[in-house]
Write a protein that binds this ligand. Structure first.
Ligand code: AMP
Length: 470
């Protein structure tokens, strides 16, 4: 194993959403709607691949789902089965080539693949494959899977997929489409969600239930960790491609990433977040007049905090939902312009008030710092910051975009130093024990590496330790 690949590479940190339909005359349109509901999981590019039994069709582009899929583009995505993908990646890697689904034509036939997660040994595998002559078209970790599938000597596709997946490590919830089949696959630890549902006799699969709600599909069950679900005209077949490993559901899906109206890992996200807020109020009470969320992500936890503390809830920060990617700033720059574009304080609510400001997480601390200042400038007499998860001390290598360890404020500063940096009167984080309780994790099924620095996969743990020592 060569040194610190994962830590040095910025390319492979992306988070995404997947959605697919099998056996419906409007497969591409329904997939488009599913992606629309999963837009929060990735806003840089999106794509849909469809099959009409004879051929696979693909449309991918940079931008938001609504802009990418014109009526004509959807018209061209013919067939009764389709898979789709929304993608977000770190800067520098926003190329159309990396947009998904990836489509290839290989000795196993034509197939399209959409991936949510992050493979932790992708660089290692890629170097080995390149050494043997493989030519990669993208910088995405997902392409490693298709190369391994093509090289497999297994006689059928499920065998080749199993071959490939038994060589990769890390997080993957995958949808694969062939001319006449769809596969829904989840890694043996189940880092990322993946669920199955039904709609008018068709099968649907996707990252979150909010996508099923939009198209009136019924939730059936989760794809189990280590399970490959094969869907064809003949029906659905469950194949186990790898032995079960201790489950590692991503706790940050519950804290921030999933939509609150979804059920993820069998748990209503909104319920988890309100409970985080309640427990936060018990652990870190505040002598205050109002509870204000940092919208939108802080809202459910703030509702819980207000409920438990019996301090009135106020939407005293209003978020604009129309902020685009680029905007023109006047020559004489405006202080905190970026934050002000998104958030505006309601003076009437804040004037003279002692405020509990609730957000779901602190990463670099820059947003909260600016918001504390905005709230004070709007007249608040005290600002008590409450965060509905523990200090984020370690980056995620399993599919959530996080900055390097050095940029995570909690890995560099003590809670008291962070409080001073934010300019807050007090600061309280939810404990890990309470976070686990809030998501109903009695059996230790969640990955909490971002809060503990203890990674559930060996390669990452070894590299992180080597990096610390080096
Ligand atoms: P920061 O300003 O770096 O402390 O960012 C904290 C804010 O970013 C919080 O309001 C979170 O809701 C949000 N956030 C946390 N994690 C992520 C993530 N992986 N991607 C995008 N936003 C995030």
């Amino acid at each position: 194993m060569s040194k610190v690949h994962i830590l040095e590479d910025d390319h492979f940190h992306d988070h995404c959403g997947v959605f697919g339909v099998f056996g419906h005359p409007e497969a591409a349109k329904l997939t488009y709607l599913g992606l629309y509901a999963l837009q929060h999981r990735g806003q840089e590019s999106a794509g849909i691949a469809s099959t009409d039994g004879g051929d696979l069709h693909l449309h991918r582009s940079l931008g938001h789902v609504q802009e990418i899929f014109t009526p004509q583009a959807l018209e061209n995505l013919k067939g009764s089965a389709a898979i789709g993908h929304t993608r977000y990646s770190t800067a520098g890697d926003t190329t159309l080539l990396n947009a998904q689904p990836i489509m290839i034509d290989c000795n196993k036939g034509k197939l399209a693949l959409g991936h949510n997660g992050n493979l932790t040994n992708a660089l290692e595998l890629r170097r080995r494959l390149e050494h043997r002559g493989s030519i990669f078209q993208t910088t995405s970790d997902t392409e490693v899977i298709v190369h391994l599938v093509a090289r497999s000597t297994a006689r059928n596709l499920p065998g080749a997929l199993a071959d490939a997946l038994n060589q990769v490590e890390g997080a993957y919830s995958l949808l694969v489409l062939t001319r006449d089949e769809m596969y829904a696959i989840r890694d043996p630890r189940g880092f990322r969600p993946l669920i199955l549902g039904r709609l008018d006799g068709a099968w649907v699969a996707g990252s979150e239930t909010c996508a099923f709600d939009l198209i009136d599909a019924d939730y059936v069950r989760e794809v189990e960790p280590g399970e490959m679900v094969r869907i064809s005209r003949g029906g659905i077949e469950s194949l186990r491609f790898a032995p079960e490993k201790p489950h590692q559901y991503c706790i940050f899906e519950q804290v921030y990433f999933s939509r609150p109206d979804s059920i993820v890992f069998g748990r209503a996200v909104n319920k988890s977040r309100e409970q985080m807020g309640r427990l936060l109020a018990r652990e870190h009470p505040a002598d205050a007049d109002i509870v204000v969320p940092l919208p939108d992500s802080g809202v459910p936890a703030a509702v819980g905090y207000a409920d438990e503390s019996r301090i009135p809830f106020r939407m005293a920060l209003i978020r604009s939902h129309y902020v685009g990617r680029t905007f023109i700033e006047p020559e004489q720059s405006i202080r905190d312009f970026g934050v002000k574009l998104k958030l505006n304080p309601v003076r009437e609510d804040l004037e003279g008030q002692r405020v509990v400001l609730v957000d779901d997480s602190l990463v670099r601390g820059t947003t909260s710092r600016k918001v504390v200042r905005l709230v004070r400038e709007a007249g608040a007499s005290e600002v008590h910051v409450r965060i509905s998860c523990p200090p984020t001390v370690s980056p995620c290598y399993y599919g959530i975009d996080t900055p390097r360890r050095e940029e995570l404020i909690a890995s560099q500063k003590s809670p008291e130093e962070i409080r001073r940096f934010l300019g807050a009167d007090s600061l309280g984080y939810l404990s890990l024990e309470s976070l686990r309780a809030a998501v109903g994790d009695t059996q230790g099924k969640y990955c909490t590496a971002c809060y503990t620095g203890v990674y559930p996969t060996e390669l990452v743990q070894l590299e992180v330790e080597a990096h610390r020592e080096g």
